[in-house]
Design a protein around this ligand. Structure first.
Ligand SMILES: Cc1cc2nc3c(=O)[nH]c(=O)nc-3n(C[C@H](O)[C@H](O)[C@H](O)COP(=O)(O)OP(=O)(O)OC[C@H]3O[C@@H](n4cnc5c(N)ncnc54)[C@H](O)[C@@H]3O)c2cc1C
Length: 727
């Protein structure tokens, strides 16, 4: 037996430039036995070198973002979308809002910076260029105002390469708008402000002159030796009392670290940046690395620039691997100079290196080629063969994994996790006792599956909802849950961390539904799986059954279709992060409130749409009462991305064909026209038959309760020769 075994955990905080390189390398050269987790704010991480191109209108926002979800899939890395708000280096834990702390053996931080506004009084919402995700939202709003001709003047504070490119790119965009719009007649004045004597401090004087000339030609006002101390609603005011009109302020000044880093127990310099040695390791720590703008390389300090972070990626991979294998680390020497290409707003740029400079449209084309080549690495992945054992992997064949009760997770470990969640195992009996309220019927169901996402917390939230759904579909109230857990073979500390995330997600989801976790069984196995046996109760008069359909009823579906093909694409690293997180949000949504909406309206026929797909579950209802259905295919709600996955990428779930085979009595043309009828759903919505007169009010109530995609998808009829046809 050759079982995978998790020996160590690497936690990556932030999807910055060095980490995306590291992730790609992990995909190409995995480190067996290593579980890697990335926590980042968003599924998308921006490539700042192309940001001015978005502002100028040369690129879309999609063009400049790396999607961390498929990248992590390629790398075999668990992705957690979340904001880290604290690191405790002593306890080796990381706090992420909305879930239990994450533990690690090795940590790496690549979270970038926030703009430095600490000495400035702000009475206006300045548009800071970092974080870029926030900037882009503000930029969209700014452009809406620009289209209405609402802008009097624009002021860019900061005249380094970023500020200069931004000012020129804004000018480029406003110029195009001015040329094409009949509304925008008054061109806003653009100024760039610096506390230095000239723009582009540190650049060769020839480059400074070139950009000063470009700005003059474009009518951009350069305000030098102006140290901004205050931003009022309409002006900027300098520390020596001068003022300048500024109604729309863009902030591209020096960098500051995120404030919580100061309390992490990591060594920082006086400005608060994490100090790292020549191995990229935090000073004084064996297990924490920091890279990119957040790191201050004590031996080779460099200005904050993405090119340094990119170059750190391979060195970070190597030194993390050496740390895990207990080998001597390799020194990292950052490049002394780098090729700086600064764009002038249009498709024209100036390149500078070692005191030399070149300019022209071809320089922009060259930069465009470099940038696009860089981005391509993160969307087109090579097909990899199985990795070789590099020594970290500890196969358990030498110590044969036990079966039977020997495969159970140790009692101490489990009790410790459960008691951390407020569940005392000492109070539990051999079996759970539940007193059934008089006059009610009991409902029993069991459901679960192997993990289809890497994040145990989110996986458990979805699995809980999936399992409860059977009870809701029958109009019942779930009362108790028994969990059946299999955790992957791992060092006991790692098993504990997986269980903490899994059971915390379970507890939170069950608590929300008022269901008590009364017991379970936890074993080790080759992969993470989770199932729940749920018991519920229902008053006989509230019972909803599959077979209670009435001729003329309308069919309402509460959630979209498409999880089967979306997660099949995700497995192949071909689904966008936003599609997956949108689907997960909906899959974590309980079906309880929709059931209550149906029950209030006297609905008696309902089912939940899961593995057999909409067609399979609808056929079960139809066969139970010998009726047929006419579906309106245009009304069927679909998850974002499902269409693209099925039609463009030709990806479908492995169960799709089986579901299709089983649905022979569905009108033949529907097989061609709407394949999502056969797409298996995980934690799908409820499908209920509602009296036609109640449809409108039911849909209003469902939408008010969070089922934004609920739709009336057809009606019950009596057809000859087919069970389901479409209208
Ligand atoms: C307009 C402009 C143009 C620029 N052009 C260039 C250029 O051409 N070349 C160049 O070398 N440099 C350029 N820079 C500088 C460059 O932006 C930075 O040096 C670079 O982005 C730093 O990268 P990083 O890897 O440190 O972090 P970032 O790229 O900033 O990435 C940080 C990541 O961490 C995530 N994150 C942040 N905080 C948290 C948290 N608390 N929890 C979880 N996740 C978190 C973010 O979502 C993000 O994914 C430019 C800057 C600007 C403003």
């Amino acid at each position: 037996m050759n079982q995978p075994f998790i020996a160590k955990e690497l936690l990556l905080v932030g999807g910055g430039h060095a980490h995306v390189i590291l992730l790609r390398m992990l995909g190409m050269k995995p480190i067996p036995g290593l579980q890697v987790t990335l926590v980042s704010h968003d599924a998308l991480t921006p490539y700042s070198g192309m940001l001015p191109g978005v502002v100028a209108g040369h690129y879309t926002q999609d063009d400049i973002h790396i999607d961390l979800v498929p990248l992590c899939r390629f790398a075999g890395v668990r992705f957690i979308r979340g904001a880290v708000s604290h690191i405790d280096a002593a306890a080796k834990t990381v706090q992420v809002q909305g879930r239990p702390d994450l533990g690690y053996d090795v940590l790496s931080i690549n979270i970038g910076i926030t703009p430095s506004v600490s000495n400035v009084t702000l009475d206006q919402d300045v548009i800071a260029v970092k974080p870029i995700s926030k900037f882009l939202k503000q930029w969209d709003l700014f452009m809406q105002r620009a289209h209405k001709g609402d802008l009097k003047n624009i002021c860019v504070v900061g005249a380094g390469a970023g500020g200069v490119e931004l000012a020129l790119s804004i000018d480029q965009r406003i110029t195009s708008l001015y040329a094409s719009s009949s509304v925008v007649t008054q061109r806003p004045q653009i100024s760039i402000v610096t506390r230095d004597e000239r723009i582009l401090k540190g650049y060769p004087s020839k480059v400074q002159q070139k950009f000063e000339a470009v700005m003059r030609d474009r009518g951009i006002n350069i305000v030098a030796t102006f140290d901004v101390a205050e931003v009022t609603a309409t002006q900027i005011v300098s520390s020596d009392g001068n003022s300048q009109d500024a109604e729309n302020v863009f902030w591209v000044t020096g960098a500051a670290p995120q404030h919580w880093i100061a309390n992490s127990g990591l060594d920082t310099n006086e400005a608060g940046f994490v100090t790292v040695d020549e191995y990229l390791r935090c000073a004084g720590s064996d297990s924490v690395f920091a890279v990119g703008d957040i790191a201050n390389m004590i031996n080779d300090p460099r200005p904050k620039a993405g090119v340094y972070a990119v170059r750190q990626g391979p060195a970070l991979y190597e030194n993390i691997k050496r740390t895990l294998l207990g080998k001597k680390l390799k020194r990292f020497k950052p490049q002394k100079e780098f090729l700086s290409i600064v764009t002038t707003g249009g498709k024209h740029a100036v390149a500078a290196k070692n005191g030399l400079s070149l300019s022209g449209a071809w320089v922009w084309q060259w930069k465009n080629w470099i940038d696009k080549k860089f981005m391509k690495q993160f969307s087109q992945f090579p097909v990899m063969s199985q990795s070789k054992n590099t020594g970290l992997l500890r196969n358990i064949d030498s110590q044969m994994a036990c079966g039977g009760c020997g495969s159970k997770v140790s009692g101490d470990l489990l009790s410790s996790v459960l008691s951390g969640l407020g569940i005392e195992t000492s109070e539990l009996d051999d079996a759970a006792i539940y007193e059934v309220p008089a006059g009610q019927l009991m409902l029993h169901t069991v459901d679960g599956f192997r993990s289809f996402i890497d994040d145990p917390y989110r996986f458990s939230e979805v699995t809980v909802q999936h399992a409860l759904s059977d009870i809701y579909a029958m109009g019942g109230t779930p009362k108790t849950a028994l969990a059946m857990v299999t955790v992957p073979y791992a060092e006991s500390g790692i098993t504990q961390r997986i269980l903490e995330q899994l059971l915390a997600g379970t507890k939170v989801a069950l608590d929300r539904e008022g269901v008590e976790l009364v017991g379970g069984h936890t074993a080790e196995g080759s992969e993470l799986t989770l199932a729940f046996a749920i018991n519920g109760v229902v008053r006989p008069e509230s019972l909803m059954r599959k077979g209670n359909l009435q001729l003329g009823d309308s069919l309402i579906l509460t959630k979209p279709l498409g999880t089967g093909c979306l997660f099949a694409a995700d497995m192949q690293a071909r689904a966008k992060g936003d599609w997956i997180s949108g689907a997960l949000d909906s899959m974590s949504l309980s079906n309880r409130k929709s059931m209550e909406v149906f029950r209030e309206r006297g609905v008696t026929a309902c089912t939940d749409v899961t593995g057999f797909g909409l067609a399979g579950h609808l056929l079960e209802m139809l066969h139970a009462c010998n009726l047929s259905a006419r579906l309106n295919l245009d009304a069927l709600p679909l998850y974002d991305g499902a269409d693209a996955v099925y039609y463009q990428a030709s990806i479908k779930s492995t169960l799709h064909d089986g579901n299709r085979q089983a649905a022979q009595s569905v009108q033949e043309s529907m097989h061609r026209n709407f394949p999502f009828l056969f797409d298996p759903q995980t934690s799908g919505g409820l499908l209920a038959a509602v009296e036609a007169s109640q449809v409108e009010s039911t849909l209003i109530a469902l939408k008010a309760n969070g089922y934004a995609d609920a739709a009336c998808i057809g009606s019950i009829c009596a057809l000859a020769g087919t069970d389901i046809e479409f209208s």
